[in-house]
Design a binder for this molecule. Structure first.
Ligand SMILES: O=C(O)C(=O)[C@H](O)CO
Ligand SMILES: [Mg+2]
Length: 258
């Protein structure tokens, strides 16, 4: 059975953000992930994690002005100084929260533009080295254009090639099953082929991005395959509950019946 992490940016939204830690722990989760902790003092988030006895398995580097539509800085020429500061901020929070995985978002940028490709490659190498000094895994994640139009990284092969070309052992793939199915399909074979570079997995149903087991994929077969392939990392539950979060957790019962 995979190690599941509740995604507090999408789940338990019946509660204020800082109260979601306790809600996730009371629901039986031992681990959580979310997008960004930066609206709160690191010490406050750390205290919530400690109080709820939760592990913070992942969060994202700052991604620019999210409210204004920015989705990452790495591929944006001219934002290098801001990006480097964002890496320092993320590493400071990671130290406070005990987090060993950080997701670097690329930004809304045309991957065919040589300047953006160069900016991204430089940013990836900088962040990889900074994270590597702290024994932290840096993750990159292809996102589908329906959810994130214009996003720089929109192909699993493109991401795998970047990871291979960079050759840093702490740079890994964030394999979001939801995006994989929308972008390419062929989920089981991709998990098998890409397993050596996978650093984190996320799941949601397709196309609704709801609880596993409610979409077009046999999500439980995919989760079983992760076990069979020897994946021992976390699976982030990055889904929007169809109704109240607690009502929708019965998908986890599937594993009780195994
Ligand atoms: O969109 C996703 O699937 C992610 O995991 C990013 O971190 C946030 O957009
Ligand atoms: Mg994801």
């Amino acid at each position: 059975m995979p190690f599941f992490a509740a995604n507090l940016s999408m789940m338990f939204t019946e509660h204020g953000f800082l109260d979601r830690f306790r809600a996730a722990a009371d629901a039986g989760f031992d681990a959580v992930e979310f997008l960004f902790p930066y609206d709160y003092p690191a010490a406050e988030v750390a205290a919530r994690l400690a109080d709820a006895e939760l592990e913070q398995v992942l969060f994202n580097l700052p991604a620019g002005d999210w409210a204004d539509g920015e989705r990452g800085l790495a591929a944006l020429p001219g934002r290098e100084d801001e990006f480097r500061r964002s890496v320092a901020t993320a590493l400071s929070y990671a130290k406070a929260l005990g987090t060993r995985r950080l997701h670097m978002m690329a930004g809304i940028a045309d991957a065919a533009d040589p300047g953006r490709r160069a900016a991204y490659a430089d940013a990836l190498a900088f962040a990889a080295d900074a994270a590597g000094e702290k024994d932290i895994t840096l993750l990159i994640e292809p996102l589908n254009p329906r959810d994130m139009p214009g996003y720089f990284l929109n192909s699993f092969d493109q991401a795998a090639a970047m990871i291979t070309d960079l050759g840093r052992p702490n740079v890994k793939l964030q394999f979001d099953i939801y995006h994989r199915q929308i972008l390419h399909g062929d989920v089981l074979k991709a998990l098998e082929q890409m397993m050596p570079i996978i650093g984190h997995v996320q799941i949601a149903s397709v196309p609704g991005r709801n609880e596993p087991g409610t979409g077009e994929l046999d999500d439980f077969r995919v989760l079983e395959a992760l076990d069979e392939l020897g994946y021992r990392g976390f699976v982030g539950c990055e889904y929007r509950p169809k109704a109240a979060t607690l009502e929708g957790l019965d998908w986890l019962d599937w594993f009780e019946e195994c």
